[in-house]
Write a protein that binds this ligand. Structure first.
Ligand SMILES: Cc1cc2nc3c(=O)[nH]c(=O)nc-3n(C[C@H](O)[C@H](O)[C@H](O)COP(=O)(O)OP(=O)(O)OC[C@H]3O[C@@H](n4cnc5c(N)ncnc54)[C@H](O)[C@@H]3O)c2cc1C
Length: 502
């Protein structure tokens, strides 16, 4: 068997898998259908403004966290400067108060108690839960032999210690937790702690990012998420890997139950005895022999998918650098756009990046809840589709203008992308932003129930990335890429190696 490997997709998972494949002696080519790396993890410029596709932080991005080694091995720690915010965002209530979700738990607790003294019990329960998950690290290890047994035992003990809190907050939804709150303004704060995912996901999905932020391990790429992808690509190239852009894979070559390579959209055939698909899960499923469109219908249900928001990017000749975190405005005049009512908007502001906009100007992004199916129906009439995109922008501008008077006149760049745009550029089914949404099964996954990466029935074929895991996210995708190469090495009888840049 030769050591050639093809990876379909140059998103976070594909790039990461590529780095580890090169470290382990595979001759790797990443085929990416777009002309840049990153997939969903991206940013783009419109005129002089830089807008980000991803928004929150990179979990485990600080020395001391076990998973930091991953970021070192794939070049992120060296080639992608990160910014660490002092808060998770602000919420402007309808009574004019601005509540800050400080990353520091003590500060957050004091701030909430100061504003909502009658709700001390629920505030303490929340901050107590945060403190309880503080030392819960993202599992990361490749110890072998006796070390692996010791490590496994340590993880087991840590899991047992955290089991009550994991069981409680991994099954309790944000909505259920919030029923305990009597003050409607505090309820609003808690209803708006997260910007995606809705209220029916486990409250653990709020606790963990806040706990990571407290520990200073949730950095944001200082120069945009594309710079993060470029950092991994750089590492991949240094390790001798090859990338090919505008190379869309359409088919697999399979002979006698073993993969032999891929066929590109232009008919070119590329041979390799190991192929890893780091692309959309439903697309990969469709590549398998004997899988029909009908089979794909049952592959995933739309209700299992993560959010499909419409992204409104605005470049404005206004200095908003004083707003040092995502600002959620609870609207006294909700608006409707993209088929939904919007009682709030969260304005993400790249205040920390002096190159994101000209001096004294600002690049801001607002995501509005929406649904792929609605956009698909609207897009049947191209003019209606364009008008609705424009309406989303107009409503967002008008809403911001109510809080920042003069904003509307100073907007000079408008850029709107829908789930259809995301689907077109990344191939992700229904433009879902991070594959499946987290569910109560997250406890099992957190306790290391990792999926299999080898595709049964096709020798040499593997899957990786957010669709191969229980839910998405950049850390999940990167970890998935690493674990997949561990699985490949194991099947090939190779001792897995990982190294940091010299
Ligand atoms: C708006 C938004 C905000 C987000 N915020 C965060 C956040 O704050 N924190 C976080 O952790 N995560 C966030 N995410 C999710 C995160 O970006 C994704 O979970 C992660 O990037 C997925 O990586 P991946 O490599 O598995 O898949 P993808 O990024 O989807 O990569 C797949 C790649 O395969 C390519 N491809 C597909 N089909 C083919 C083909 N046929 N041939 C060749 N190439 C192909 C695509 O072009 C793409 O580059 C966000 C996502 C969005 C959209």
């Amino acid at each position: 068997m030769n050591r050639k490997m093809i990876i379909i997709g140059g998103g976070t998972a594909g790039l990461t898998a590529g780095c580890y494949a090169q470290m382990n002696g595979y001759e790797t080519t990443i085929l990416e259908m777009e002309d840049t790396p990153g997939g969903l993890c991206t940013s783009w410029r419109r005129k002089n403004y830089l807008f980000d596709g991803s928004v929150a932080g990179l979990a485990g991005s600080a020395p001391g966290s076990p998973i930091y080694r991953l970021w070192e091995e794939i070049g992120v720690a060296q080639y992608c400067p990160l910014h660490y915010g002092e808060n998770f965002g602000h919420i402007r209530l309808t009574d004019g108060r601005i509540i800050t979700i400080f990353a520091n738990i003590d500060r957050l607790e004091a701030h909430l108690l100061e504003h909502f003294p009658t709700e001390a019990a629920v505030i303490h329960e929340f901050t107590g839960a945060l403190r309880n998950v503080l030392d819960l690290d993202i599992p990361f290890s490749d110890a072998r032999g006796f070390e692996a047994v010791k490590e496994g035992f340590r993880t087991f003990l840590a899991s047992i210690a955290h089991l009550p809190v994991l069981l409680k907050y991994g099954t309790l939804s944000i909505r259920q937790f919030n029923r305990k709150i009597r003050d409607p303004h505090l309820a609003t704060v808690f209803n708006n702690l997260v910007h995606f995912g809705g209220l029916d996901v486990p409250i653990l999905t709020v606790l963990l990012p806040l706990a990571y932020a407290h520990r200073g391990m949730a950095g944001i790429p200082l120069r945009g998420w594309l710079s993060f992808a470029h950092a991994i690509e750089r590492r991949f190239h240094e390790l001798g890997g090859t990338t090919r852009y505008r190379a869309k894979v359409e088919k697999l070559l399979i002979t006698n139950g073993a993969v032999q390579g891929v066929v590109l959209a232009d008919g070119e055939q590329l041979l390799a005895e190991r192929v890893i698909s780091a692309a959309d899960g439903r697309f990969t499923q469709g590549l398998l022999p004997g899988v029909s469109e009908k089979d794909l219908e049952g592959y995933l249900q739309p209700e299992d998918l993560s959010d499909q928001p419409v992204q409104v990017n605005l470049g404005a000749a206004m200095d908003l650098s004083g707003i040092n975190g995502p600002m959620t405005y609870i609207l006294s005049q909700p608006f409707s756009a993209a088929g939904r009512e919007h009682p709030r908007i969260t304005m993400h502001n790249k205040y920390y990046d002096s190159e994101a906009a000209p001096q004294g100007h600002s690049a801001v992004t607002v995501f509005l809840d929406s649904e792929y199916g609605w956009w698909k129906r609207t897009a049947a009439d191209p003019q209606a589709y364009e008008e609705e995109k424009r309406r989303c922008a107009d409503e967002v501008i008008a809403a911001i203008d109510r809080y920042l008077p003069g904003f509307a006149q100073r907007v000079e760049v408008i850029d709107v992308s829908t789930p259809l745009t995301r689907e077109r550029y990344t191939g992700n089914w229904m433009g879902a932003m991070q594959a499946r949404k987290p569910s109560a099964n997250m406890i099992r996954a957190l306790m290391q129930g990792s999926p299999r990466y080898a595709v049964q029935g096709v020798q040499g074929l593997y899957v990786t990335g957010q669709w191969a895991e229980s839910w998405g996210g950049i850390t999940t995708a990167a970890q998935s890429g690493r674990k997949t190469i561990q699985a490949v090495c194991k099947q090939d009888g190779i001792l897995f190696r990982a190294e940091k840049p010299a």
